[in-house]
Design a protein. Structure first.
Length: 309
């Protein structure tokens, strides 16, 4: 269905279901963090813009628009969604029995062991970058432009391997283990370099690599197939590096920032109570006390003059 350049595809179903679970799980959430919810919504909106908007319509005519679509799926939508910490909230939206069964299966079942292995940093890095490189081989790329099913499979792999990759950078939970900041910086830089190599290849190759775009009789803007390919390489090189660069800078900052420790808590020690038989009396006054008080006789003697013989 086409509505003024916007289409309704399978990706919209995922967006609606994910948004509904996120909302249901967060209704009674004690720690309300509006910026996380805004990041999650922005990630879902990015998916809709990439797959159901005019970008998807022009992707068949312009290689650089198609590359922009891939950049959104690989480097923008996944980190935004993960910043929203979606798994705990979406998990709470499910019935308790379902959560228990699914959680035990994912954590202990033998057939889910490959999934747990892919969630580790090195397999996630390899799968993410291998997916990018393999789908940009000319034969595979041309197949995505001629068969809708293959095209949807490519987009799904880009998005879900992107979630795996960026989950090791952002740590949204519950997947583990975490990477220390030096390893996280190396992890991000390595992924960015792979994209750079592919982008430089697209810019420097002196002929069009993809027959689908080379055989088009005309293109929007009247550009040539080679120019279109070079612009696509620039999109991948520049726009595709933004998320990596931000993650790298944050990683360097967190790695090099001085360690701060909280001040020690003040411990109040109660004073020891005196023994039961030793009851302190009133404290002595600081003013001098007269040694004696004159009685009536003394006063009278002072008032009577001494008698002389």
């Amino acid at each position: 269905m086409n509505l003024g350049g916007w289409t309704i595809q399978a990706a919209l179903v995922y967006v609606v279901v994910a948004g509904l679970l996120y909302w249901l799980g967060g209704r009674h959430w004690r720690r309300q963090e509006p910026w996380r919810a805004a990041a999650f919504v922005a990630g879902l909106v990015t998916l809709v813009v990439a797959l159901d908007g005019p970008i998807d319509n022009y992707a068949d005519q312009l290689f650089w628009v198609h590359m922009l679509q891939h950049v959104l799926l690989l480097t923008l939508a996944p980190p935004l969604i993960l910043f929203g910490r979606p798994w705990p909230r979406m998990w709470r939206a499910l019935p308790l029995r379902t959560r228990t069964t699914v959680g035990r299966t994912l954590a202990r079942a033998r057939w889910t062991a490959p999934v747990r292995a892919l969630a580790r940093p090195l397999p996630a890095w390899v799968l993410f970058n291998a997916t990018i490189v393999l789908w940009h081989i000319p034969a595979a790329y041309n197949a995505t432009l001629t068969t809708e099913t293959i095209h949807n499979c490519e987009h799904a792999m880009f998005f879900f391997t992107g979630l795996l990759f960026w989950a090791r950078v952002i740590d949204p939970g519950p997947l583990r283990p975490r990477l220390q900041w030096p390893a996280r910086v190396a992890y991000v830089v390595g992924g960015m370099v792979v994209g750079w190599i592919l982008a430089i290849t697209l810019v420097l190759v002196p002929h069009p690599l993809y027959a689908h775009y080379a055989d088009l009789a005309s293109r929007p803007g009247g550009i040539s197939a080679l120019t279109d390919q070079q612009i696509a390489g620039g999109v991948m090189w520049v726009l595709g590096s933004i998320s990596f660069t931000v993650a790298m800078l944050v990683g360097f900052y967190r790695w090099l920032e001085p360690e701060t420790y909280p001040p020690p808590a003040r411990v109040l020690v109660p004073e020891p109570s005196p023994p039961p038989g030793d009851v302190p009396g009133p404290e002595p006054s600081s003013h001098p006390t007269p040694t004696g008080v004159p009685g009536p006789a003394d006063g009278a003697a002072r008032r009577t003059p001494a008698l002389t013989p």
